[in-house]
Write a protein that binds this ligand. Structure first.
Ligand SMILES: [Zn+2]
Length: 338
């Protein structure tokens, strides 16, 4: 099952934000799957309506009261939060990769769009519980911390969906398996001390969001360094040991007990052709990424754990290939071959 509503764009250009997230990564992936003669017709595996609502109460299960209030009720604060979260002002106070004159939509509309992504994640998780597998062409906003947005992530749809389903159904434990190039720092912070959500993050050992030290100059802790339950840092040049380290991490995850749901934050930005400079320290080939995705899929399938996948990071014109190659392989595994 694939959840993809093409009426919700992924690109940020309409807001004047020039971060290279292209609608093509979803649209080209979808086009490839739709026209692949080895796959069943799209009507068999595609859902495009998102009926779930993510409410303020759902957001408040994860985020701090003041932050929730600012997001939902204070347009001035919301604008400031978006400017900070998307890093639209540089250290000199000048606009950074931001052209408000080129915008066709108000910046604050981004929050409503983000709530729709969170709703898609929650709905896809529900579909995964019913069908075993659901892949959302959105979501994975793993840098959103309890009290602030960060790294293009306003709210943490991953933990919002996990806690929403825990509140509505009998889910004792949820795994978050995060293979995006960047550490899932917001997810780790939001679930610290919560042993019902167990987090694994395999990521670049250095660079954003780990480039600032664990303690700031004023003595306060840098929340980006809050550990996941299992962190697997990969140093520059260690691509050849990536898959073995991931396999070890999955075994370690299972050693803590099984789960009722897994959320895979399946970023494409470890790809060697990804266009985001801050993801350039990890350069996996298409073949390595296919092995990564097949390893995680097989691990969860063999244990019959319902799994929701989220697209997460992936920048530039080439990253759709990472998503398309895995989905072309996985849909027949899920019974959607010809
Ligand atoms: Zn990323």
């Amino acid at each position: 099952m694939i959840l993809y509503d093409p009426s919700i764009p992924i690109s940020l250009f309409a807001y004047g934000i020039q971060i290279p997230i292209h609608d093509s990564r979803a649209a080209r992936t979808f086009e490839r799957l739709k026209t692949d003669p080895r796959l069943a017709p799209a009507s068999a595996w595609h859902r495009n309506s998102i009926d779930t609502q993510v409410t303020r109460d759902d957001v408040a299960r994860v985020h701090a009261p003041k932050y929730v209030q600012d997001l939902f009720t204070d347009r001035k604060r919301l604008t400031d939060i978006i400017m900070a979260t998307y890093e639209l002002i540089d250290a000199d106070g000048k606009y950074h990769r931001y052209d408000p004159d080129g915008a066709t939509k108000p910046l604050t509309d981004l929050f409503q769009r983000t709530l729709r992504y969170a709703a898609a994640t929650a709905e896809c998780a529900t579909l995964a519980l019913e069908h075993g597998f659901c892949y959302a062409f959105s979501g994975g906003m793993h840098h959103a911390h309890p009290a602030h947005g960060s790294g293009f992530c306003l709210i943490n749809d991953i933990v919002i969906a996990a806690r929403k389903l825990q509140a509505e159904r009998d889910l004792k434990r949820v795994w978050v398996i995060d293979t995006d190039a960047h550490k899932g720092d917001g997810t780790a912070a939001a679930t610290a001390g919560d042993d019902t959500i167990v987090t694994l993050s395999i990521h670049m050992a250095r660079g954003w969001p780990l480039d600032a030290p664990p303690t700031f100059a004023d003595g306060s802790d840098n929340p980006a360094h809050i550990p996941s339950d299992i962190d697997i840092p990969i140093a520059a040049g260690e691509e050849s040991v990536y898959l073995a380290r991931l396999q070890q991490g999955l075994a370690q995850l299972e050693a803590g007990g099984s789960a009722d749901l897994a959320i895979v934050v399946s970023g494409a930005d470890p790809y060697e052709n990804d266009a985001l400079p801050s993801a350039s320290a990890l350069n996996l080939s298409l073949g390595q990424l296919m092995e990564r995705d097949q390893m995680v899929y097989a691990f969860l399938k063999q244990r019959a754990i319902p799994t929701v996948y989220l697209m997460a990071g992936g920048y530039g014109e080439d990253v759709w290939k990472v998503f398309a190659q895995f989905l072309t392989w996985v849909l027949p595994q899920e019974g959607f071959g010809r």
